[in-house]
Each structure stands twice: as C-alpha cells, then as structure tokens.
Design a protein around this ligand. Structure first.
Ligand SMILES: *Cc1c(COP(=O)(O)O)cnc(C)c1O
Length: 388
C-alpha cells in the first residue's frame, strides 16, 4: 500500500514525542510534571453542561444539524461580536459554526489554495496553518515573528514577489506560542497589506477572551475594511474550558464564510446541535465567570514567571493566551534544554522549535495544569542548576 504524499510528508505530531518521554519516565516509576500541552485543566461550567443534557433530549437534535448551523447559535455569535467588539454581523451570511476552530482553520485552505499556491504564515506558529495549506497542495512562506518587534509580523519582511503570489495570510493574536498581543493598528496594517496584494486575511482569534491585567484584545473585524478581505476563527475551547466539546465559529466577509460553508457541507455536516446549544450557554456566561477563570491563569502565570526569573530564565509575563514563551539560557538548543529539564528535574516543557525554526532558542510552558502540580513543578524547577 502506498500512502499519499500529504500523509507521508506529515511531520511527527509535536506532542507524540513528549508523551513518549513522559511514558518512559513513568515506566521508571518517576512522576513527571508536564507543562507541555495547552488543554484547560478546569471543568466546563455547569450551565454549559446543563445545555448539553437538555439539548440531548430534543429529538430535532438527534438528526443531522442544519448545514448552516442553528439560527440561534449564529444569532448569539452576532450578539457576542456586537457586545464585545462593536462589530455588526449578519448572522445569516457572516457567521458559521465550526467543529472547533482547528477544523475551520484546516478546511479554510481548501477555500483558497490550489496546488502550487502560496500561503504566508508566522514562524513560530500553531502548526495547522501550514498543514492545512499542505493538504490543499500549497506551500507556506514563513515570516519570522521577532521578539524585538513584539512578535508582530513586520510586513516589510515579506518579499514582494511572495506577496503577489500569496493567497492567504495567517495571523493569531493573542498569540500561541508567544503570548504576544496585537493592537488594532496592527490589524489595520494587515488589512491594508492584504488588500494591496489581494490576499485573504485569516485571523485565528482562539485567545481573544483569555487575557490578563485588564488588557482587552481586539477582533480583526474591527479594522477598517476588514469585512472586504478577512475571516476570523473563534473557539470556546480555551475561553470556557470546552476543548472536549469542539465548539468554534468563523465570521467575517460573507463570500469567505460562504466558501467555507460549501467546503464543510461536502465534508462534515456541521457541529452537533446540542453542542451548538452548549456554545450559546458558554457565550451567555456572566463576565465574572470569565474574569475568575482568567484570574486562575494570571496567578499561575505570575508564579511561573517569578520562578523562571529566579533560576536565570528571562521569562516575561504575557498579556494573553495560556503560555509562557521564553528564551532559554545560552549554550543549549530548545530540544537540549527541554531534555535537561526532563532529565534533571522531571519537568516537561515544549521545545520552541516544535512551532517552526523561529522557535529555536525558546521553550513554551503551558498554564493549563492544576495548581498543586504547578507548585510541585516550580519546586522542581527552582532546584535546576542551569550550567550543570
Ligand atoms: C487551541 C487552539 C486552537 C484550536 O481550538 P479548537 O477550537 O479546540 O479547535 C486554534 N488555534 C490556536 C492558536 C490554539 O491554540
């Protein structure tokens, strides 16, 4: 049997290696503390679970979902955009449900990329931007996110011939893995750039609601002219501890949303309606719920940054997302430093190069593990001798 190149060419999934390393330690009887994977440890809130229980009893929800999604779900998303960003969307044409943001991000490439086409992606980045493009037969031009530019794309770094060819440009703020945030002026710049070169602007907004210190993240759809050229991907996974329920949505330019709807309706039949009802309940959560949830992460963030600083790792507290992204001490590659943490103190972190070559020299620590494990992990990290 011969597999397609798109399968043969897949890089090993980053976290498979990490899971193996953890399993090997466990086999030796050693309990590892993992700051590896970004998957909220806290529970899905009760009103959201209640919506699933109630939704499961409705016979209409036992059927295929309507392919454009529940009108009530799209209306609730439109209200979210209006309340949260001051952006008015037509729920009938400018919003679509997703089976998690990842699904929409991967399938978006099928809307824009023909074999041989070019997509522009940040480096480091969430790997799905590149993989989706590869599945559609395209190639990715990576543009480096530089620490001294606040991990914002510098559009002058993109060669003009690449911009002329490119079909899509991916951005993601608050950013995974760097934790960087972008001002609305950056989104204005991105929209203007994409209009100049006729590129579809795709914004992964999975973390706009996971922010700290009073910072409020903008939507790309607030940028001037964004509705002409942009689509944004949202997720309730990180916002409301719902990774297991797969509730996301895309919104923006109606032709782009329609293209994604047509692709999806030929591949999946949309998100289960009971899960869309969970999404409505999640968007109905009082803002205090979100503030309290984010406050848990803020406390963890501050503890982790302070211990890293004590041992000589120059971490800085991010304003958004769920990760500490930090340069590592000199004399190590990312993989070597991650290995050292595992060998010396039984702590797992993600080597930055797993997010692209631009992540070399960095590690990522996720804040999505219970407080007692964070404390134990930090106790171990505090014992690390960097140059030993
Ligand atoms: C977690 C994450 C997603 C995926 O969200 P789902 O809705 O769970 O598929 C998308 N983008 C980024 C940057 C993420 O970190």
């Amino acid at each position: 049997m011969k597999f397609a190149e798109r399968v043969e060419n897949l890089p090993p999934y980053l976290f498979v290696g990490i899971s193996r390393a953890i399993a090997a330690k466990k086999a030796q009887g050693i309990d590892v503390i993992s700051f590896g994977i970004g998957d909220p440890d806290m529970q899905t809130p009760a009103p959201v679970l209640d919506a699933l229980v109630e939704g499961s009893k409705k016979v209409v929800n036992h059927k295929y979902p309507e392919s454009e999604g529940l009108p009530e779900f799209r209306a609730r998303v439109a209200k979210f955009y209006n309340d949260r960003f001051g952006v008015k969307l037509d729920p009938a044409t400018e919003i679509i449900n997703l089976i998690g943001a990842k699904e929409g991000i991967a399938h978006a490439a099928l809307c824009f990329i023909d074999p041989g086409d070019v997509s522009i992606s940040p480096d480091p980045a969430y790997p799905v931007y590149e993989i989706g493009t590869m599945f559609a037969g395209g190639t990715t031009h990576f543009v480096r996110l530089k620490e001294d530019n606040g991990y914002l794309i510098d559009f002058a770094d993109i060669p003009t011939d690449v911009a002329k060819k490119a079909k899509t440009l991916w951005i993601n703020y608050p950013n995974n893995p760097t934790g960087a945030v972008a001002p609305l002026s950056f989104f204005d710049e991105a929209v203007a750039y994409c209009k100049e070169f006729d590129i579809a602007l795709l914004h992964d907004a999975a973390y706009t609601e996971v922010t700290y210190d009073g910072y409020v993240a903008p939507s790309v759809l607030q940028a001037k002219g964004a509705m002409d050229i942009a689509m944004e991907f949202h997720s309730l996974s990180k916002t409301a501890n719902m990774t297991g329920w797969r509730v996301g949505f895309a919104s923006g330019n109606p032709e782009m949303v329609n293209a994604l709807m047509r692709v999806k309706s030929n591949i999946d039949s949309g998100l289960s309606q009971a899960n869309q009802e969970m999404g409505i309940a999640a968007l109905d959560l009082p803002s205090e719920w979100l503030d309290n949830n984010n406050e848990v992460y803020r406390k963890r963030r501050d503890k982790v940054v302070s211990v890293l600083n004590e041992i000589g790792v120059p971490a800085v507290a991010p304003k958004g997302a769920l990760y500490i992204w930090t340069p590592i001490p000199e004399g190590y590659t990312s993989a070597e430093f991650a290995q050292k943490l595992l060998d010396d103190v039984d702590v797992v972190v993600t080597p930055g190069n797993g997010y692209g070559p631009g992540g070399e020299g960095y590690i990522r620590l996720s804040l999505t593990i219970p407080d007692d494990q964070i404390d134990e992990g930090l106790r171990r990290l505090a014992q690390l001798r960097i140059n030993a």
